[in-house]
Design a protein around this ligand. Structure first.
Ligand SMILES: [Cu+2]
Length: 300
């Protein structure tokens, strides 16, 4: 039935065209500020930038090479050896084993993975430790819960972020920030691709991340570990301000936190919901009153 085959062919072509158009349009969406982008964003911190370099100049070229090779071979075989081109009783050549081919497709991918693995491992060793020549300027404890984040600042106030309209974690530019990552219930993962790689928050165990943001701005992220039905609402917003603006913001938060030690949750920093009840794990968090002794423990 050539008619049906023709329709199928046209449908397939239209589908491929649609996929190609969507792929080409995605960078345009990214430019439009939708947050959608097909590539890793260039980091606004030093470690974020190094992760971007790793993806862009090492992992992506290998990935694109393998993808194009596999897809091209697949298409050639599908089109060239399709049934309609062969005799009805056609039997492809029957053979088994080709030593050099098998050695090649074992050794080459192995070497590619060794190179990617080695560079990634070296990068990981650098990205999640305090840079040797720097001191931590600001210590923030991040406590994750189902489903949100609480940021404890050294000045004693906290910011609670829940829901799709995340309340920003505010940080100063040009200062080395250390984040102590904790969780009160299950494992979550804190990931803002523009800043740096992701860090898990594990109940009963502290993880750390450091970064220094070079420019003011706002960046989005989200929980990167499936943690329950509200996982998708664990959005993250990070806002970097100049040190002067940051100091003004801190003074504002301290002033807001002071007059309401016992009641009036509406005045707390996290506009979304300071949630004495919303986060059942809150009482288990390091210090409900505020900063959980940020500089007490030596950095790992
Ligand atoms: Cu989560």
């Amino acid at each position: 039935m050539p008619g049906r085959v023709g329709v199928c062919r046209r449908l397939l072509f239209a589908l491929l065209l649609g996929v190609a158009a969507a792929a080409l349009a995605t960078p345009a969406f990214a430019l439009g500020g939708s947050g959608l982008r097909p590539t890793v964003p260039d980091g606004v911190s030093e470690n974020g930038h190094r992760i971007y370099d790793l993806y862009t100049y090492l992992i992506s070229p290998f990935g694109i090479f393998v993808f194009v090779l596999v897809e091209a071979l697949l298409l050639i075989i599908i089109l060239r050896f399709r049934r309609s081109r062969q005799r009805p009783d056609y039997q492809p050549p029957q053979w088994h084993g080709n030593r050099w081919l098998e050695i090649g497709w074992t050794v080459i991918p192995f070497l590619i993975l060794v190179v990617i693995g080695a560079f990634s491992f070296i990068e990981l060793q650098r990205d999640f430790v305090r840079p040797a020549d720097s001191v931590t300027d600001l210590d923030i404890t991040v406590s994750a819960h189902q489903f949100g984040w609480t940021y404890y600042y050294p000045e004693g106030f906290k910011v609670n972020s829940e829901g799709l309209q995340a309340t920003p974690l505010v940080i100063p530019t040009g200062k080395l920030v250390r984040m102590r990552m904790q969780s009160t219930d299950v494992i979550h993962s804190y990931w803002v691709p523009d800043l740096t790689g992701k860090t898990d928050t594990v109940p009963g165990y502290d993880n750390y991340m450091w970064y220094k943001v070079s420019q003011p701005g706002k960046w989005r992220g989200e929980c990167a570990e499936l943690c329950g039905t509200g996982h998708y609402t664990m959005q993250i917003l990070v806002q970097a301000m100049t040190p002067d603006d940051y100091q003004a913001w801190v003074s504002d938060q301290v002033a807001k936190a002071k007059p309401s030690p016992s009641a009036s949750p509406s005045s707390a920093a996290g506009a979304a919901s300071p949630s004495p009840s919303a986060s059942p794990g809150a009482s288990a968090s390091p210090s409900p009153s505020g900063s959980p002794s940020p500089s007490a423990s030596p950095s790992p």
